[in-house]
Design a protein around this ligand. Structure first.
Ligand code: UDP
Ligand code: MG
Length: 320
C-alpha cells in the first residue's frame, strides 16, 4: 500500500496516571526508537499523550516528557471526558500529522511488542489491525466473567465487536477519518470500527497486569460503558418490549379460556373474571403501545446520530 515509511503516532489516553506514566513512557519511547532505527516507521513518528482532565500530576509529567525529547506530542482536555472521548481527541489531533495511529492504554496492559507486527499488517494493505488478548489470566475473575458476558450479550443484540479486543488497535489515516465521521455523542469506538468495513487483521498477545496505579474503570464506569455500548447500536431492547406485549396478549387469551371454564364450572367468584382479564389485556396493550412508540423513537435516534451512510473503499477514474 505505501512504499514510503509511514509516520506512526501512538495515542495514549491518560487519566490520573502519574504512577504508571513514567514507566510506560520509557518502554514506549524505547520501542519507537527501535522501530525508527529499523526504518519500520518514519523518523517523524511520535507518542501522543492525551491528558483526560487528570487531577494528579499527569500533565506536569507529560510536559516534562515533551521537554525531554522531540518524539512527544500532547493534548490536554479541559476536564475529564472519559476514555472514549479522550481517545477520539487524540486520534483527531494525530490524524493531521501521521499515516497510521496505534491507540493503547497508559498502563500498558497490552503488549506493546506486537506494534511492529501491526505495522507490518498495515504495510500489507490492512487499514485496521486489532490487538486481541489471547487470555485474560491477569484480570480478576469478576472482570473476566463480566467482560465475557458483556461481549456475548452484545453479539446477541447484533452489535459486531471483536472478542477480547479493547481499544488497542492500529488504524490508518483514512480509517481514523472515517471513524471521525461518526459524530454521535455516545461513542463506543470498538463497535464502530468493525462497521467501517476496511480490510482488517488481528494480532494476538497476552495481557499483563497493570504496571502501576489502579484501574480507572470502577464498576460504575464499566456499567455505563456497557449500557452505552448496547444502546448506541441496538434498538432490540425496544423490540423486546413489543414482544413482551404480544406475550401478555397470549397470556390474556389463556386466561380467557381459564376464566370461562372456571365460570361455567361455577368456581368463579363474581367480579374476578372481568378483573383478571382486564389486568392482562390492559397490560398487553400498554406494552404493545410502548413498543410501537419505541420503534419510532428508535428511528429518531438513528436519524439524530447522523451516522455516515456508507464508507467508500476504492474508486476508479474518480480522483478523491
Ligand atoms: N482513561 C481515561 N479517562 C477516563 C478513564 C480512563 O482517559 O475517564 C484511560 C486510562 O488512563 C487508561 C485507559 O483509559 O489509559 C484505560 O483505563 P484502565 O486501564 O484503568 O481500564 P482497565 O484496563 O482497568 O479496563
Ligand atoms: Mg488497564
Amino acid at each position: 500500500m505505501s512504499e514510503h515509511t509511514p509516520i506512526l503516532y501512538i495515542v495514549v489516553p491518560c487519566y490520573n496516571e502519574q504512577e504508571a506514566l513514567p514507566g510506560s513512557h520509557e518502554r514506549l519511547h524505547e520501542l519507537l526508537s527501535t522501530m525508527k532505527s529499523q526504518s519500520l516507521v518514519s523518523q517523524e513518528s511520535r507518542l501522543l499523550y492525551v491528558d483526560d482532565g487528570s487531577r494528579d500530576d499527569t500533565w506536569s509529567i507529560i510536559e516534562c516528557l515533551a521537554a525531554g525529547g522531540n518524539d512527544v506530542a500532547a493534548v490536554k482536555l479541559a476536564c475529564n471526558s472519559g476514555h472514549q472521548n479522550a481517545l477520539v481527541a487524540g486520534l483527531a489531533a494525530a490524524v493531521e500529522h501521521c499515516d497510521i495511529t496505534v491507540s493503547i492504554d497508559a498502563d500498558l496492559q497490552d503488549d506493546i511488542n506486537v506494534i511492529p507486527s501491526m505495522v507490518e499488517h498495515y504495510k500489507q494493505g490492512c487499514d485496521i489491525v486489532f490487538g486481541v488478548r489471547r487470555e485474560r489470566k491477569t484480570d480478576s475473575w469478576f472482570k473476566r466473567t463480566s467482560a465475557g458476558m458483556f461481549y456475548r450479550l452484545m453479539n446477541r443484540l447484533g452489535v459486531d465487536t471483536i472478542n477480547n479486543h479493547a481499544d488497542y488497535r492500529l488504524m490508518s489515516r483514512r480509517a481514523v477519518l472515517a471513524l471521525l465521521d461518526y459524530r454521535e455523542r455516545n461513542l463506543f469506538i470498538r463497535g464502530i470500527v468493525t462497521k467501517l468495513g476496511y480490510k482488517s487483521a488481528c494480532v494476538y498477545y497476552d495481557r499483563s497486569a497493570r504496571l502501576a496505579g489502579e484501574s480507572k474503570y470502577p464498576l460504575r464506569k464499566m456499567l455505563n460503558f456497557a449500557v452505552d455500548g448496547i444502546t448506541s447500536f441496538s434498538v432490540k431492547p425496544v423490540r423486546m418490549v413489543f414482544m413482551v406485549g404480544v406475550l401478555f396478549l397470549l397470556v390474556a387469551l389463556i386466561m380467557l379460556i381459564y376464566v370461562l371454564t372456571a365460570y361455567f364450572m361455577g368456581r368463579a367468584v363474581s367480579g374476578w373474571p372481568s378483573l383478571i382479564l382486564s389486568v392482562w389485556l390492559v397490560g398487553a396493550f400498554v406494552l404493545i403501545g410502548l413498543g410501537i412508540i419505541g420503534e419510532y423513537v428508535g428511528k429518531i435516534y438513528t436519524e439524530v446520530k447522523n451516522r455516515p451512510r456508507y464508507n467508500v473503499d476504492t474508486t476508479i477514474g474518480l480522483d478523491q
